[in-house]
Ligand binder design. Structure first.
Ligand SMILES: NC(=O)c1ccc[n+]([C@@H]2O[C@H](COP(=O)([O-])OP(=O)(O)OC[C@H]3O[C@@H](n4cnc5c(N)ncnc54)[C@H](O)[C@@H]3O)[C@@H](O)[C@H]2O)c1
Length: 462
């Protein structure tokens, strides 16, 4: 059955424009040409939306280092930024976490902040604010988003407004302002589950909810949701429905099926679709970066939106053992925030030399597979805390394994991660975290840790 690009689980990514994620290694010669690792353009003015956030602030720092002038557009969401200074309503800088990106409410108020950064406090859903923020800009790096699973479905309008409407308004205003280059923060959550193979090594063409027509050699692979009975019995590995055997986890590639499984995930995929439509209709150039489990200084603390790395760290700081769900062997790709920032710089570079109407998606992972248990153990070791406790608890809907192939990013953009797991986790064990916020609306009990940061290893009671 031919793949339907409009189907959420389709192998086709957003609107095939020119080279697309369905077409491995691009259909045009330039897409296969590795980008130069040294910048080939004279840096101009870069707009970083969400530039006061965890990843955005690291991008700002990296861009300044490469000579870019930077403007940040950030609404300083109350559920993200806990502390504000009495003077100007700006969050207190997080030491060592891209403080350059936490400048003023308006250009000119710069106390303790990097004067090369111009700060616009505003929402990407506000057309006139976005239009003003785009003046003189050559490239946009769009990080602003409502992140994580949220509290419950009542959050859905907020996800759609911030992430989907916000992206649509940004793209419309970029069109009006003739700004033609975009780097989009996407996420591994667009895949839903990881990729798997049969124990024999042959590709296992299982498409969740599929009829079987989709099956064929090389089709990417995902098992159906795990059954409660298996999880209760401690059988955590996804099983091959046809043989009952355990499946072998494999690296996920950009050509694998897209299967967003919650509102946040569908809003991230919608951002990709919008950006691809924009590229096709305006001739703009888009690189979408699907980040895997990002960690590093400035991660949010113990909130419903915190990732598993900071949840483990917070437990250790409270003198508690990190609690690891299932058997701790869930596989993830933990990538350091500084490497995510350098991937953004490589992507910015790519949009400079790309053919018009480019939409190209890339995984951003370290390329090394570690388990949730590895992470908890390393954090305990480096912080001198209690060793982790593997609890056997589980949460329905959690992903068992998801790990990235970042070969496309390496081959086409010349990017490589520079921080090893050991080095990064050692640093993270004592790095500053972003101040905790007051839990939103409902109690934290009903919340889940963000799927962006190791779904399912710690958090609410199943
Ligand atoms: N952290 C991860 O592991 C991870 C993984 C995959 C993808 N991502 C994506 O990376 C991007 C950055 O995530 P992060 O972890 O730095 O999150 P973050 O919450 O730390 O940063 C997001 C920033 O965007 C701002 N913001 C949110 N909505 C806004 C709006 N409507 N208008 C203006 N500003 C707004 C927030 O105030 C915040 O400063 C997001 O697009 C997220 O979906 C993150």
């Amino acid at each position: 059955m031919p793949s339907d690009p409009t189907r959420p689980g389709a192998a086709t990514p957003p609107a095939a424009t020119t080279p697309s994620a369905t077409t491995p290694a691009a259909t045009t010669p330039s897409a296969t040409t590795p980008a130069a690792t040294t910048p080939s353009e004279a840096p101009g003015l870069l707009l970083v939306t969400g530039g006061a956030g965890f990843i955005g602030s690291a991008i700002v720092t990296a861009a300044l280092d490469q000579g870019w002038r930077v403007r940040v557009l950030d609404s300083l969401r109350a559920d993200v930024h806990a502390t504000t200074s009495a003077a100007d309503g700006i969050p207190a800088p997080t030491p060592g976490a891209g403080t350059a990106a936490r400048p003023a409410t308006a250009a000119g108020t710069t106390s303790g902040r990097d004067t090369r950064v111009e700060f616009v406090r505003g929402d990407v859903t506000d057309r006139s604010t976005v239009a003003a923020a785009l003046v003189g800009v050559s490239v946009v790096c769009h990080q602003a988003a409502k992140v994580g699973l949220g509290v419950d479905f009542l959050d859905a309008p907020d996800y759609v407004a911030s992430n989907e409407l916000g992206t649509a308004i940004l793209l419309a205003e970029m069109t009006r302002a003739n700004v033609g280059r975009l780097v989009l923060a996407s996420s591994m959550v667009v895949y839903g589950e990881g990729a798997y193979r049969r124990a024999s090594g042959a590709p296992t063409p299982i498409v969740q909810g599929g009829t079987g027509d989709e099956q064929g050699e090389g089709v990417s692979v995902r098992p159906p949701a795990r059954r409660v009975g298996d999880l209760e019995a401690g059988r955590f590995e996804p099983l091959d429905p046809s043989t009952g055997e355990e499946l072998q986890p494999a690296l996920i590639s950009e050509d694998d099926p897209l299967d967003p499984r919650n509102v946040y995930a569908s809003s991230k995929l919608s951002q990709e679709y919008l950006a691809a439509s924009w590229a096709r209709s305006t001739g703009g150039r888009v690189v979408a970066l699907r980040y895997h489990n990002v960690y590093g200084p400035g991660m949010p603390q113990n909130t419903p939106y915190a990732g598993v790395a900071s949840l483990f760290r917070s437990a250790i700081e409270r003198g508690e053992a990190p609690r690891v769900f299932e058997d701790g062997r869930q596989r993830r790709d933990f990538v350091h925030v500084a490497d995510v920032a350098s991937a953004n710089l490589a992507a910015i570079e790519r949009t400079a030399s790309a053919e018009p109407a480019l939409f190209r998606a890339y995984n951003v992972g370290s390329g090394t597979v570690h388990t949730i248990g590895d992470l908890a153990e390393a954090l305990s070791r480096f912080s001198g805390g209690l060793p982790p406790v593997v609890t056997g608890e589980f949460r329905l809907g959690d992903v068992r394994h998801i790990t990235a192939s970042s070969e496309r990013l390496r081959a086409e953009l010349g990017w490589a991660p520079s921080i090893s797991f050991e080095e990064g986790v050692r640093e993270f064990a004592s790095a500053p975290l972003r101040a905790a916020v007051t839990p939103p609306r409902s109690s934290e009990d009903s919340a889940s840790p963000t799927p962006d940061t190791a779904p399912g290893s710690l958090g609410a009671t199943p």
